[in-house]
Design a protein around this ligand. Structure first.
Ligand code: ADP
Ligand code: MG
Length: 704
């Protein structure tokens, strides 16, 4: 099958990996040695790229790209809140001279671009008339060729210098956590580490459904999720889908995606079926946060684009189908020094690992202090259907540590220090043909939003369709802040070991409420969390104010990541996104009701009425037919009323000029009106002839 689609079977990963990337090997090969060294230095340590160097690199890139068949180049960037990125393509064509054209691509073309920024969200930062925006080459993320285009990862800002994307703040936050991480390590006697890198391995969940069915569902087309539809007899209750055998067409799709990703230097590693029918996951091996951000954008884009080749559509929405699991993006995150010390690794004897204990205390402080901001950063409108809706994870942020590390924290809380570590033990099957397995010291907790998994934390809230930029900006920034606090407390201590132990215990005591090792889905936890004062905002609309809380502004301004004005703008963009998404959904529902469901109900009632008359005329009792007619007519009336009510509130919410008020109206009034319209439609679907139903059902799409 793959061969028919023009891709070779049996691809050797090692051979294709990074083939389309202008990576260090290519640079070494094609750049003069001094330029190569200079660029490498800038990549790792920072510094200015002089016009001369930019010109040399651009020339080499152009030649390499043209050999790969490229005709165009583009600065790729991720405007704020639009997750699938933006590109403006320019060809290599120079100004014609004597009727001839050259291929040009200069150092300036590489370093900066000037796309018209006026149509991207700016949250009022910029007058509509002030259109200029700039993109700047992110030298730390590799350049690649895709679809005959040389793609240059960039950061994006307005004419006046404000960040308009997710990349620039992330780079600044990564810089901050590195700088203060190293300072803290120095204070503790480390003399070798020069950087602290934040690593991310994002697991991407998605749905694949047949395109011919998708094309018949205006709700999916316009809003990315189904706005109507009743559950088929089978959902995910049999637990037979997770890790199940992968369908042939899906396997072919995955193989194709993998090869494309490998060529772009993205190490697609794990793939499997997820919990819901037609739901899948792909995870690359972790990389430095900004590269992971760019790679995740590419993964989403390649998933979407490739699906069409196999007659499928890829849905990245957080909740495409009601009644079964939604999709997320598990953000596996760690902090590791350039010389290989993973700060989140407890080692064999965590009771002796005082550095790990201190870092854990810092993390507890950071997560507790910025819980709501983290929840907001990880969210978009679609995520409201996951968080707080009886599925993974809950809207309350807490940290799961697992038995071994939780025990260390317990000991420190009790007696100020840890003196023993629980050992992991082994698993012996009792059959001498099977190996004895060394257990992990921690079990997994699937219900926790922020779970320790042995050498990293898995933050499970992130929305499947959104960028991972904001989340990782907050993660790095909040750790930088906790490191600064630790440095201030420890600097000048006479007995450093004692000071570290005392500070660790103090911070753990202050923030112990953030630890929860139980079932995060349970009602008891909601009650317990409320007692502990942990925030539990089920809707993003109520969590958005955290973006401009004093604690947020202070943290971001302290490290020059974002200013108050930029944060105010982002808050506004969040509200507008919510209102915009809900408005599209409401309009799609109104259209489908008026043009599809109501006419179907009218048709069914006419058929039934004719039947009642015909049956009666035949001298037979028509009670059953008449009853059915009554039910259909009642649903029809309910639909008509609900459509009118929805039209009214949606109009009111959309015409509200103030973005926060508008979002609140959509959440408080439009959403319930949408539910009221969905109800009679879904009920009608269950009782009328399947042949006349105007759209494919959940069963058609999920169990094809
Ligand atoms: P799970 O079993 O939790 O679903 P997966 O194998 O699907 O795990 O994904 C785990 C992700 O965590 C991968 O992207 C992996 O590369 C990443 N990862 C592993 N170690 C680290 C680390 N130290 N820091 C960040 N991410 C990591
Ligand atoms: Mg996984």
């Amino acid at each position: 099958m793959l061969e028919m689609k023009g891709i070779k079977m049996g691809v050797n990963v090692a051979e294709v990996f990074g083939k389309d990337v202008f990576d260090e090997t290519v640079m070494k090969d094609r750049l003069p040695e001094s330029t190569y060294k200079e660029i490498k230095k800038i990549m790792y340590e920072g510094g200015d790229i002089t016009p001369d160097i930019a010109n040399i690199v651009a020339q080499a890139m152009k030649e390499w790209a043209i050999e790969k068949g490229a005709t165009h180049y583009t600065h790729v960037f991720q405007p704020y809140v639009i997750s699938i990125g933006a590109e403006k393509h320019d060809s290599f064509a120079s100004i014609p001279s004597d009727g001839k054209i050259d291929n040009t691509f200069t150092g300036k073309d590489l370093l900066m671009g000037e796309p018209d920024a006026s149509s991207f969200p700016s949250g009022g930062l910029r007058e509509t008339s002030g259109a200029r925006g700039y993109t700047a080459w992110d030298v730390t993320s590799p350049v690649y060729v895709r679809d005959d285009t040389l793609c240059i990862p960039t950061a994006f800002c307005s004419y006046t210098g404000e960040s308009l994307d997710t990349k620039a703040p992330l780079l600044k936050a990564m810089h901050a956590v590195s700088k203060y991480g190293v300072r803290l390590l120095r204070l503790l006697g480390n003399t070798t580490s020069r950087r602290v890198m934040s690593y991310v391995g994002p697991e991407q969940e998605y749905f694949l459904i047949p395109k011919e069915l998708y094309d018949k569902r205006p709700d999916l087309i316009y809003s990315g999720r189904t706005l109507f539809g009743s559950m088929p007899p089978k959902g995910q209750e049999m637990d037979d889908q997770y890790f199940g055998a992968i369908r042939e067409n899906v396997k072919a799709f995955m193989d194709d995606v993998n090869v494309q990703l490998w060529k772009l230097g993205i190490s697609a590693k794990t793939q499997h079926n997820e919990v819901a029918p037609c739901q899948h996951e792909v995870a690359p091996i972790f990389s430095v946060s900004n590269v992971a951000l760019d790679n995740n954008y590419l993964i989403m884009s390649i998933l979407k684009k490739t699906a069409g080749k196999y007659g499928l559509v890829c849905l990245l929405h957080e909740k495409p189908f009601e009644g079964i699991n939604g999709s997320g993006k598990h953000n596996n995150w760690s902090l590791t020094t350039d010389d290989g010390i993973n700060l989140f690794k407890p080692g064999k004897n965590p009771d002796e690992n005082k550095l790990f204990q201190l870092i854990l205390a810092c993390l507890m402080e950071a997560v507790d202090k910025h819980a709501l901001l983290l929840r907001t950063a990880a969210s978009d409108t679609g995520n409201d259907h996951r968080l707080g809706a009886n599925e993974a994870p809950p809207a309350i942020i807490s940290m799961y540590l697992g038995d071994q590390v939780a025990d260390i924290v317990e000991q420190i809380l009790e007696k100020g220090e840890a003196t023993r570590s629980l050992s992991a033990g082994t698993i012996d099957f009792g059959i001498n043909k099977l190996p004895i397995l060394e257990k992990d010291p921690t079990d997994r907790n699937r219900t926790s939003p922020f779970a320790f998994t042995g050498n990293r934390f898995e933050f499970r809230m992130v929305a499947s369709g959104s960028s991972i930029g904001d989340t990782n900006t907050v993660l790095s920034a909040m750790m930088a802040e906790a490191f600064v606090n630790a440095i201030e407390a420890l600097e000048g201590a006479e007995d450093m070991d004692k000071a570290v132990a005392e500070y660790t215990a103090k911070i753990m005591r202050e923030h112990r409420r953030i630890i929860f090792n139980g079932d995060g889905y349970s009602k008891e936890w909601e009650e317990e969390a409320a007692k502990r004062g942990l925030p539990n905002y089920k809707s993003i609309v109520d969590a958005i104010p955290s973006i401009t809380e004093d604690s947020t502004v202070k943290m971001f301004e302290q490290f020059n990541i974002l200013t108050r004005a930029e944060l105010e703008a982002r808050k506004d963009i969040y509200y507008s996104e919510y209102a915009g998404v809900r408005n599209i959904e409401a309009k799609a529902m109104i259209q489908m009701a008026n043009q599809m469901y109501i006419p179907t109900a009218v048709y069914c009632s006419k058929e039934l009425a004719d039947t009642v008359i015909a049956v009666k005329n035949a001298g037979v009792d028509a009670t059953a037919q008449a009853e059915l007619l009554g039910e259909v007519s009642a649903k029809l009336l309910e639909m008509r009323k609900a459509v009118k009510a929805l039209e009214e509130v949606a109009e009111k919410a959309y015409s509200e000029k103030e973005s926060q008020k508008s979002a609140e109206l959509f959440k408080n009034e439009v959403m319930p009106a949408m539910d009221s319209l969905r109800k009679p439609v879904d009920e009608l679907e269950k009782i009328v002839d399947k042949d006349v139903w105007p759209v494919p059902s959940y069963g058609d799409m999920l169990f094809y």
